[in-house]
Write a protein that binds this ligand. Structure first.
Ligand code: TXD
Length: 308
């Protein structure tokens, strides 16, 4: 039997993630949303593309949690985008209510699933999902660092005129304005970035990475990025389902690693069939440590604001 991936929230990121799963053929998918008809319509459309994709995966769109039961992976993309007049804090509470509701349901219907949290503010929502499901922290993981690193890799490939295939970028910290891109650990075929570009240029590309999400929002006007976020989520799904043991920057629960306790933070982890197999600890410089700590404080503030 094929593995089962359920995507909660059939909007831009959710539907595109489901598409990547079904198109790859590595699992069957269920697309869930509270909007009636929308997940059914998108799922039917994808199912009708399967013959063209040579995929034997199935996909079902639904408004009923029982259809997601027994999932191997649950991806949470359900949430609201910020509307005019809405503060970040309003969004925090609105999305927290949605994620909490989703987690209560999936904990009952898919008690053995690995949960990938995408909804923003992602690090905080990952913490909330872990608390609400009461799953082992190895089985609740946030998606953010892969996307940030992919953005940096794309900018570097244009800057250096080299294939993105040969670029390994690494970004730590929370998935927010104070993420911590690491030039020392960003390499082109093994050559560290500081040997390839002047400091000023690296700083410019790092700043573009930090504001990468906003750059896309400013073009789209309504809605935010979804192709690269879905591709990032799919990389996690694949590493888990195929037990690839990829080392990927994800939000994981830190309990002493990096000198940080009891919060979700973006760090390199090894992802396999049981979820987080290992948190990889890097030796950071004083400056990198300070940036990482600052990023942790921002996430901690939001967690406090939510009272979790
Ligand atoms: O790197 C990252 N982690 C991110 C996060 C990258 C991109 C997007 N990021 C966040 O993901 C974004 O800020 C949002 O919080 C989520 C989903 O983004 P998307 O672009 O897919 O948003 P949409 O298109 O508005 O889709 C959200 C869907 C929409 O169809 C709603 O009807 C649905 O969520 N929704 C729900 N589904 C299930 N259950 C409930 N309660 C619910 N409420 C809304």
């Amino acid at each position: 039997m094929k593995k089962k991936v359920s995507v909660i929230g059939a909007g831009n990121v959710g539907a595109t993630t489901a598409q990547l799963v079904v198109q790859s053929g590595i699992a069957d998918a269920v697309l869930f949303d509270v909007v009636e008809g929308m997940p059914q319509g998108k799922a039917l459309d994808m199912a009708e593309a399967c013959p063209l994709w040579n995929s034997s995966s199935t996909i079902k769109g639904t408004n009923t949690y029982s259809d997601t039961s027994g999932s191997d992976i649950i991806v949470i993309t359900a949430g609201l985008a910020r509307k005019p007049g809405m503060s970040r804090s309003d969004l925090l509470h609105a999305n927290a209510n949605i994620v909490k509701g989703v987690c209560r349901e999936i904990a009952k219907t898919s008690p053995n699933a690995i949960v990938i949290v995408v909804t923003n503010p992602m690090d905080v929502m990952a913490q909330l999902a872990w608390k609400t499901t009461e799953f082992s922290c190895k089985r609740v993981i946030g998606m953010g660092g892969i996307l940030d690193a992919s953005r940096l890799a794309a900018f570097l490939s244009w800057e250096l005129d080299v294939s993105p295939e040969d670029i390994e970028a690494l970004v730590l910290g929370g998935h927010g304005d104070d993420m911590v891109p690491l030039p020392r650990f960003t390499t082109v075929k093994g050559i560290p970035l500081p040997e390839l570009l002047p400091k000023k240029r690296i700083e410019f590309l790092i700043e573009r990475t930090r504001t990468g999400g906003a750059e896309i929002v400013s073009f789209l006007k309504s809605g935010s990025a979804f192709y690269a976020p879905a591709a990032s989520t799919f990389q996690m799904i694949k590493s888990i389902l195929l037990d690839e043991k990829r080392m990927l920057p994800c939000a994981a629960y830190l309990n002493g690693e990096y000198g940080i306790k009891e919060i979700y933070m973006g760090v390199p982890v090894i992802l396999g069939e049981e979820g987080v197999k290992k948190i990889v600890e890097l030796k950071l410089t004083k400056e990198e440590k300070a940036q990482f700590k600052k990023s942790c404080e921002s996430v901690r503030k939001l967690i406090k604001n939510l009272g979790i």
